[in-house]
Design a protein around this ligand. Structure first.
Ligand code: SF4
Length: 458
């Protein structure tokens, strides 16, 4: 809802290879639009025509939403049947055009473009090594360091996939990456499976994307998730898969299911919608409340609220009207401005809440600004009690895998007890999902919970 008061996913990636003369830029545009929730600061794409001038990759990127960066003429100026795209929210490196992706590099053997979602924990070492070798970095992101290293490996490798595998063997962290050469699309996912990526089939080709919702957006049939540690190589006449980095241990990011991913996506065999419903049901079992209605903070709390309602038998009601026409603000808002923004974006349907005891569900609390304002609005509209239930455990630790979870004094759960926080936000009761209950959402899928328990997978 108020995205400034939520953790942010870093990026979304998309790639497409059509084995015929075609223009894929429009499909990339639709795919990136479907991934817009994963990053709103910059967008870009690189496209190549394998039937045209050999090795001619064209790229375009800019700051802003996909629809702000790309227009009919920019899309027309990117002809080709193979391409990659990216949406970005910056965590490492600043929010600037130099760090927008795809990274596009020319070298002795040709050209290469790369998009990446995640965070390379040892990017500093890779960057230092490349700087010592005389490489001048334009931006400050870890992706550029990886691209520069890939170029070096490519010079001593027979194929681009060989270079990708050599570099990936040195990386620590979470990543889903797509590398494009003029003849190939190579997708790779980190061995722990922290970052999602799936593959779909279209007539005459394949599509790679961070989420299955982006496959749907281009009419691709979902084939499967890319396996953790898997490398897929798509060429004019073949589709190959290699598993150079198999690991017993998996650590899929649980926050994809709680908040990041789109409700209509399916990740690692689990429907995001079902996971959120189950999260709400689990909360209702663990922390029931005596109330007249259940509702959710739009939009991310709504599905868990439906689950809470199903389990508890308390009816779900729509309580908030959302004004979808409020524009984005690019200036970092002050506390007061954030609270004003909540009231601007959401209004209460007073006849629904008057004289009612309400269970209010949200997926997380970062600063507490949004929930406090909403409770104040509910009570001034006549609600008699507001019981807050959060469908994730409290954030206590930073994420090192490419998610922007604020730390220190910005994390309200780190600074106050649950009782203090309940009073600060003006709730009548406050409960979070227990860490041990997260598996009610995802069954026996091995997941990363490090931002809740500090247990970092490596
Ligand atoms: S630390 Fe949290 S946000 Fe980061 S990958 Fe793990 S579960 Fe996801």
């Amino acid at each position: 809802m108020i995205r400034e008061d939520k953790p942010h996913e870093e990026c979304g990636v998309f790639g497409i290879f059509l084995r015929k003369k075609a223009n894929v830029a429009k499909s990339i545009y639709y795919g990136l639009n479907a991934l817009q929730h994963r990053g709103q600061e910059s967008a870009g794409m690189a496209v190549c025509d394998t039937y045209g001038e050999k090795g001619n990759i064209n790229a375009y990127k800019g700051m802003g939403l996909v629809s702000e960066v790309f227009h009919e003429d920019t899309i027309r100026a990117l002809p080709g049947n193979i391409g990659i795209g990216h949406v970005r929210y910056s965590t490492t490196g600043g929010s600037s055009i130099e760090n927008a992706q795809p990274f596009f590099l020319k070298y002795l053997k040709g050209t290469l473009a790369l998009v990446h979602n995640g965070n390379i924990r040892n990017a500093g070492e890779i960057k230092k090594e490349r700087e010592e070798a005389g490489y001048a970095f334009q931006g400050s992101s870890d992706t550029e360091a990886v691209a520069a290293r890939m170029i070096r490996e490519r010079l001593s490798s027979d194929t681009i996939e060989e270079a990708v595998i050599k570099v990936a063997g040195k990386l620590k962290g979470g990543y889903a990456m797509i590398v494009m050469s003029p003849k190939k699309l190579v997708g790779i996912r980190d061995p722990l499976g922290l970052k999602p990526m799936c593959i779909g089939k279209v007539e005459d080709g394949y599509v790679l994307a961070s989420e299955s919702a982006a496959l749907d957006a281009v009419g691709a049939e979902f084939l499967r998730d890319i396996k953790p540690g898997e490398v897929v190589i798509i060429t004019e006449d073949s589709f190959k898969s290699e598993l150079p980095f198999t690991r017993e241990c998996r650590a899929h990011c649980i926050f994809e299911y709680i908040y990041f991913a789109r409700l209509d996506s399916r990740i690692d065999g689990i429907e995001v919608y079902e996971a959120r419903i189950k999260g709400g049901e689990s909360l209702a079992r663990r922390y029931p409340a005596a109330a007249d209605i259940v509702t959710g903070v739009p939009e991310s709390g709504i599905t868990a609220a439906v689950g809470f309602s199903r389990q508890s038998g308390i009816p779900f009601q729509t309580v908030f009207h959302k004004n979808s026409y409020i524009g984005r603000t690019f200036i970092k808002p002050s506390q007061e401005e954030r609270e004003e923004a909540v009231a601007q974006k959401l209004n209460i349907i007073k006849s629904v809440v008057r004289d009612k005891r309400i269970v209010l569900i949200d997926d997380s609390i970062v600063r507490g600004t949004t929930i406090r304002k909403l409770i104040e609005m509910l009570k001034s509209a006549g609600a008699t009690e507001v019981h807050v239930r959060i469908s994730s455990p409290p954030f206590r630790y930073p994420c090192y895998y490419g998610t922007d979870i604020p730390s220190g004094n910005q994390l309200i759960a780190d600074n106050y007890s649950k009782e203090e926080l309940k009073d600060m936000i003006g709730a009548d009761s406050l409960e979070y999902m227990e860490i041990k209950d997260l598996h009610d959402m995802v069954g026996d899928l091995q997941v990363c919970k490090a931002c809740f328990n500090g247990d970092y997978p490596d």
